[in-house]
Ligand binder design. Structure first.
Ligand code: SF4
Ligand code: SF4
Length: 434
């Protein structure tokens, strides 16, 4: 711990940092450095800044704030770093420091507090607001706003940001399943499924596919009622206090059940729940339970790879399929080969690898909203790579990437369907077709 800093961070030693000068392996993989070619926007430039601020030798300056927000927290640099510098926890610590400083306006703090503390964790309220948003998204009012250019009055980018927000699902996944859903075939596992905050209201179809797929493969699925958000969004936006509270609530709720694994279909949530053990290591009442909890968390593709053989299923279309790695799956959870190996078990799958598959798509939490222009530069690069595969279907395992790539297909005119791998697999297992 550094001073009264609210999370545990391992600052790299001066010795490691001096080796950075001759290394630079993180530079070619960093999307922001590749936009500016400015050392200060590179991982090693930022690490130096963060260390100075956390040690108190540098004030929080405008440059520091810009760099911490310009960074996508994609953690590609962490995967590339031979010295094992934990960049992700450094940038998140820096964001907490910024949020706690007087450099952030009271209004911005208030909006974030309401959003991350009152709206997102409260599923009832979140669903109520989602219903209103769904009405707006379907209404002629929205079309009229576009026609008369009303959104542009507030901000030139608002119409694009409005299009970028994923559509609210026509049902909410926590309302369609009972607490226990029985395995359809011979029972193999008993798993617990967190529906997620945004997944529940914006990607309810993916949650439905997940539960269906798991039961078809022989899993009893537990869907605890009264779930809350896992805390991932809050931690990435610098509010560790509420992130920790939500982690504890989630543990308290889930440990009431008897299960083999907790299955996540959202890379960001899975990555964060795997971190609970570390997050709560200094809290006596939770440290041990959090460690056990985290050891049971599996991403759905990791779980399928480790436990199932799906090689008897066949893909009956001849469309080319490709796969984009979500950063929180590839760089945070180090799950890269598993999804590809699961997919490649399917007979007649015309799989074409995606160039720069582990390069961020520019979604990165709320980055595509707050840094829209940079996000679009990154997205264009991704969509060009997808176009070059001639794929008709691109698969990706995170809600942020799903929304961003769907928007990218429309904006950059790429004829590709963007699906979560579980949606794809559920359909293949049902009838071999998409
Ligand atoms: S997290 Fe991503 S954007 Fe940030 S410094 Fe590392 S590679 Fe660059
Ligand atoms: S890869 Fe690691 S050691 Fe090398 S320059 Fe980047 S941060 Fe420094």
């Amino acid at each position: 711990m550094i001073g009264n800093f609210p999370i545990t961070v391992d600052l790299p030693s001066e010795e490691i940092l001096s080796s950075c000068i001759h290394c630079g392996m993180c530079l070619p993989v960093c999307p922001t450095y590749n936009m500016t070619f400015d050392e200060v926007s590179s991982p090693r430039g930022r690490i130096r800044l963060i260390k100075s601020v956390l040690e108190g030798s540098l004030e929080i300056t405008e440059t520091f704030i810009h760099e911490m927000n310009f960074c996508l927290d994609c953690q590609a640099c962490e995967s590339a770093c031979p010295a094992g510098i934990k960049y992700g926890s450094l940038v998140e610590a820096a964001r907490v420091q910024i949020e706690n400083s007087d450099k952030v306006s009271q209004l911005s703090k208030f909006i974030k507090k309401v959003l991350f503390r009152k709206v997102i964790p409260n599923f009832r309220f979140l669903k109520f607001l989602s219903k209103l948003l769904r009405l707006y998204q379907k209404s002629s009012l929205r079309r009229a706003f576009y026609k008369i250019g009303l959104l542009k009055v507030f901000s030139k980018k608002l119409p694009e940001i409005d299009k970028l927000s994923p559509k609210i699902s026509y049902f909410f996944s926590d309302e369609i399943f009972p607490e226990f859903v029985e395995a359809k075939n011979e029972k193999r596992f008993r798993v617990l499924f967190p529906v997620g905050c945004l997944m529940n209201v914006m990607f309810a179809d993916v949650n439905k596919d997940t539960v269906e797929l798991l039961t078809k493969l022989g899993c009893d699925v537990i869907i605890p009622p009264n779930q809350t958000c896992c805390g991932s969004l809050q931690s990435h936006n610098g509010d560790m206090e509420i992130a920790r509270t939500l982690a504890k609530k989630t543990i308290d709720l889930f440990v009431r059940y008897d299960f083999d694994f907790i299955i996540s279909n959202s890379a960001g949530c899975g990555a964060f729940m795997k971190e609970y053990g570390h997050l709560l290591q200094n809290e006596l009442a939770y440290a041990e339970r959090a460690k056990v909890f985290s050891s049971k968390v599996k991403d759905i593709m990791e779980f399928l790879y480790e436990n199932f053989d799906i090689s008897r299923y066949e893909f009956l279309n001849n469309s080319i399929i490709t796969y984009h790695d979500a950063c929180h799956l590839a760089h945070t959870q180090k799950i890269v080969d598993e999804p590809r190996k699961v997919l490649q078990q399917i007979k007649n799958l015309n799989y074409v690898p995606l160039n720069e598959a582990t390069w961020c798509c520019g979604s990165a939490g709320i980055y595509n909203v707050v840094k829209y222009d940079y996000s679009m530069i990154i997205l264009e690069r991704k969509m060009n790579n997808i176009k070059n595969t001639n794929a008709k279907i691109v698969l990706t395992g995170n809600p942020g990437c799903l929304g961003q790539l769907r928007y990218g297909a429309e904006r950059f005119n790429v004829d590709v369907q963007v699906l979560h791998p579980v949606t794809f697999l559920n359909k293949i297992i049902s009838n071999g077709k998409i």
